[in-house]
Design a protein around this ligand. Structure first.
Ligand SMILES: Nc1ncnc2c1ncn2[C@@H]1O[C@H](COP(=O)(O)OP(=O)(O)OP(=O)(O)O)[C@@H](O)[C@H]1O
Length: 232
């Protein structure tokens, strides 16, 4: 861990809608996250966690305040700048978004396709190696329909990490999983992230996985607070 903030958020506000329907959903958010940290964001439904995650990930544009991610200011960034910012990140979402018509290997390969300098043979080698690492070495040619929920989520993790991103953003990665698969999945994220010195920002309601966090932040009514309970 180098203790350089990779995410620096200052006085960030966010609104949805326009005119009379305009509604503020994030209020004066301040947060610094260092390289290699695993941060869990928790809090009630509708409190703004996913909104903050998508802003940090460059999936929507930040409107007011300062949001510096991996050396780039995202507040006021244009579409092209946001596209560039997204390339540094891996994403893991609850609905894992695997392509049903692609095999596990081809899905993982998608995580490398933006990286033009890598040859097709090298992409295949790295994708197979990452599937091996997540325990799916014997499932590389399976299609998502033939994999369990936990296996699909592991493919999504392999896809997010295959390019060795500096940052991984995860939204409810264990929501659809039973407790054993959920635990396996977060252990895997934790180990791979620590090996690759990758920063993870993870949104969850799943209290069973809080112990993988270096730090927990709590969101309520669009405001960030320290977690009510600390993790030992
Ligand atoms: N695209 C949108 N347009 C308008 N309002 C939205 C939009 N997305 C979210 N909201 C509203 O913003 C608020 C925050 O939503 P958000 O999804 O960030 O909360 P959350 O904490 O992630 O909730 P959950 O835990 O249920 O996923 C909610 O009131 C929600 O209804």
């Amino acid at each position: 861990m180098t203790n350089q903030p990779v995410i620096s958020i200052q006085n960030l506000n966010h609104y949805f809608g326009k005119g009379q329907l305009r509604k503020q959903v994030l209020y004066d958010i301040n947060l610094e996250i260092n390289a290699g940290e695993i941060i869990i964001m928790t809090g009630p439904s509708g409190s703004g966690k996913t909104t903050l995650l998508t802003l940090v990930g460059g999936l929507r544009s930040a409107q007011e305040g300062r949001l510096r991610v991996l050396g780039r200011e995202l507040c006021g960034a244009n579409a092209q700048q946001l596209t560039l910012a997204r390339r540094s990140n891996g994403y893991i979402f609850q609905a894992h978004n695997l392509h049903g018509s692609l095999s596990a290997l081809q899905n993982v390969r998608m995580g490398l396709e933006l990286h033009k300098s890598i040859t097709p043979a090298e992409m295949k080698r790295r994708s197979a190696e990452m599937l091996e690492l997540v325990g799916l070495g014997n499932r590389v040619n399976y299609y998502p329909d033939d994999l369990s929920g936990g296996q699909k989520q592991r493919v999504a993790i392999a896809r997010a990490l295959v390019s060795h991103p500096k940052m991984v953003l995860a939204d409810e990665p264990t929501a659809a999983l039973d407790s054993k698969s959920g635990r396996d999945v977060v252990n895997l994220m934790h180990n791979l992230a620590k090996e690759q010195a990758c920063t993870i920002l993870l949104v969850t309601h799943d209290n069973r996985i809080l112990d993988i966090a270096d730090r927990i932040v709590y969101m309520e009514d669009g405001k960030l607070a320290k977690a009510p309970a600390t993790v030992g």
